[in-house]
Design a protein. Sequence first.
Length: 90
Amino acid sequence: MNNEKSFEDKTLVEKINTIDAIIDADIRGFLVRDNGDLDLVNVEEKNDLLLVYIEYQGACVSCPSSGGTLMSIQNILQRKLAENIRVLTV
């Protein structure tokens, strides 16, 4: 029997920790390979959306593909956690 809460039922702190774990496990490695990284700055629940604010680090700051990377990050988080996630840069 799985007693783990669904993502939607988690507290905001639990959601932040889960998002951070997904970033570490599934996203960060790709960025680091290209001398970049990201910092999870904030997560906010607003109007039925979960807004995830990130700040690019290293080579990602000036990368012309950062918009596509942002959409890829959002797609991964939506697929693994919830469709209402939107990723924004600060």
